[in-house]
Design a binder for this molecule. Sequence first.
Ligand SMILES: [Zn+2]
Length: 561
Amino acid sequence: MSHPHPELQTPPKLQKGALRVVALGGLGEIGRNMTVFEYDGKLLVVDCGVLFPEEHQPGVDVILPDFSWIRDRLDSIVGIVLTHGHEDHIGGVPYLLRERADIPLIASRLTLALITEKLKEHRIRPERREVKEGERATYGPFDLEFVAVNHSIPDGLAVAIRTGAGMVLHTGDFKMDQFPLDKRITDLRGFARLGEEGVDLFLTDSTNAEVQGFTTSERELTPAIEQVFRTAPRRVIVSSFASHVHRIQQVLDTAHAHGRKVSFVGRSMVRNMGVAQDLGYLKVPQNLIVPLDQLEKMPANKATLICTGSQGEPLAALSRMASRDHKIRVGEGDTILMASSVIPGNENAISNVINGLTRWGANVVHKGNAKVHVSGHASAGELVYCYNIVKPKNVMPVHGEYRHLRANADLAISTGLDRKNVVLAEDGVVVDLHQGKATITGKVSAGNIYVDAQTVGGVTEATLKDRRTLAEEGVVTVLAIVDADSGLLADPPDFLVRGFIHEPTAFDPAIQVIEKTLAHAAREGIGDARQLEQMLARDVGRWAHKTFRRTPLIIPIVIDA
Ligand SMILES: [Zn+2]
């Protein structure tokens, strides 16, 4: 098994006849999936998603893959294949198309519709190519074939990529529900056929590689959802991912069977369900959906709301209801059905939402106390089946934190694959497929690109460190008026303190520190205000740490008198 060495360098030039594979996101994390394939001077991108920030990344909206490796070669990109419509696979597309708008998007009908709606908000009309399972399409040197896969959103596709270097099969996100609502199962016969032809490199979804056995069918949720609707005395408020068409279909059908009406709440929920209904992926019984203001006038035991916020996202409808910051007032007798998973890192936020809703008197049904969710990803049992069916020559686990990638690699080896043919890569690690063998040959830059309100990439790791320091340690502004001739203090400095010790005299001893620093600078002939500020930040920071055992953010402002 080859692991990425920490000191990997820029890779050598790609050999003739070799295929280069670089994940710019999704390896070592759950989200912002993006894989770039390079062959004969051309690039093919598979997925371009976003990652949602964690608590230690305050003020960040989303995190993008780092496009810097391909930025000089945008003209060489022949297309972007989108395996399915989840945010962590399509959310980064508007940002890549901002850099070159006419890169063709190649995807299934629903996926294309969802990305097109999203691009409207960015005023981009994309080049589109609709494909379906069984179809082939050629883009530059890449011969693509699409295979149906089943996932927690309809219309998912795996993609086989044939080049002169051999065949790659990329599963995208998938599972093997044998009884999905739309009866569209993962096409294992297709996988087997490709395996017979010879899969040289197999990229598989690692998300659930640590989960033993098989992911249960969506159908098995029916009794728990039914139970909620049968026993709820007042309103039922369901939160789900805004793309989980089948889960929402189950809720709609159950609500309908119990004589309830339904309203969608939240922009992305309304938008996606509109798209899904227009295209026929969501089948809505007549007169079931009513506008929210109409629903609010109906008896509570006839009302169902379907909203976003299943991950405790602070701005989504459900968390705002929990914190009484939403026009929908949750109260005694309301039943909240959280029909979704917990994405790692969101545990606290979700727990806070559950506590908030419970405090208002609601009964919260979630995956911790009822069978109201199944995963969208293949568990270990399904992955092992895949390896045995495909019999790949080389395996590169994708989509997961490092532990998930490793678990997936171990599964491949357990089916008899030689460990020499397993590549464990991280974001930016360069894997070359040459003469039937996949090897790590280097590393390119693949950092986190933060989107913060309107700016992309303006926020850096240093900004986030400052934000954390501000939050945890407070801030001290030191205002020093310096005599331009002597370089010494013209007046005693002012200390403006927020989120830190408040005693007015606490900083008096720091005056000596400042005097000493300025005297030293004057002796060295340093008069530049910027440079003085840096020295003061360092010395006052050291003093504060020694004195208070805290490290507030120190912001010195030097003004010439
Ligand atoms: Zn997905």
